[in-house]
Design a protein around this ligand. Structure first.
Ligand code: ADP
Ligand code: MG
Length: 247
């Protein structure tokens, strides 16, 4: 589903990602963890073309972006990747003047060109999936942060993505609201969605992810396909330090 080859990223002179390579098969749930500033968000943003690569190559599905591609080609490829990728951020960025269901219907009408009635049926199904069917006529400001984030997930799912990227989706939430969002993500994982999740929720990472990617200083320091073993006994000193700190 995803192949990253020798990805490097600089912001001017600042090197943020160093020669990252990783392959993620379809249906895998990958938790990306690591200290603040280690490049996790930048890595995720490179995956769907929100950041331009300095060096290397990324393939998502049938689409490949390369550092030295011309603008026109790059634009086409990024468009292709975005069609197949849903992204959920820490901040939910819902349209404040649209209702919950209108937020979910928007892309169905504008991008997928569905008729209003059809879009409505599909949006209702998605809101049901995230447990918010009864809120469909509310405005985002009338919802809790956790509910808004679940609407953002439903909105991302509306495009029927092959891949979902999450960047600390629960970090802005009050602790009591985190569980509902994680439950929705767990259901998605159980449905077989391919997911890359940057998270501070270590219990969630251990229990739900198939794989833990530990990043530090712009590098993948540890890549474990056995989350329980990783959290019990990481192999690198750097990861051991990190685990001690967060526990
Ligand atoms: P993480 O998500 O792991 O906390 P980030 O990917 O956000 O890390 O950031 C990695 C490094 O890149 C940090 O030093 C950050 O300051 C820097 N950085 C991120 N985005 C930008 C940007 N748009 N311009 C300049 N520096 C950036
Ligand atoms: Mg980040």
């Amino acid at each position: 589903m995803i192949t990253v080859e020798h990805l490097s990223k600089k912001f001017d002179e600042l090197e943020v990602l160093y020669d990252l390579s990783i392959t993620i098969p379809a249906h895998q749930v990958v938790a990306v963890i690591g200290p603040s500033g280690s490049g996790k968000s930048t890595f995720l943003r490179c995956l769907n073309g929100l950041e331009i690569l300095t060096e290397g190559k990324i393939t998502v599905g049938q689409h490949t972006i390369e550092a030295n591609m011309n603008k026109k080609e790059l634009k086409q490829m990024i468009y292709g990747i975005r069609q197949e990728t849903g992204m959920v951020f820490q901040q939910f960025n819902l349209y404040p003047h649209k209702t919950v269901i209108e937020n979910v219907m928007e892309s169905l009408i504008v991008v997928k060109k569905l008729k209003k009635e059809e879009a409505q049926v599909r949006a209702e199904r998605l809101l049901d999936k995230v447990g918010l069917l009864e809120k469909l006529d509310n405005y985002p400001s009338q919802l809790s942060g956790g509910q808004q984030q679940r609407v953002a997930i439903a909105r991302a799912l509306a495009m029927e993505p092959q891949l979902m990227l999450f960047d600390e989706p629960t970090s802005a939430l009050d602790p009591e609201l985190v569980g509902d969002v994680l439950r929705v993500m767990k259901n998605l994982a159980e449905d077989g969605m391919t997911m890359v999740i940057v998270t501070h929720e270590m219990n969630f990472a251990r229990d739900v992810a198939d794989r833990i990617v530990f990043m530090a200083d712009g590098r993948i320091v540890e890549d474990s396909q056995d989350p329980k073993a990783f959290f019990t006994k990481p192999t690198t000193e750097r990861a051991q330090q990190f685990i001690r700190k967060v526990n």
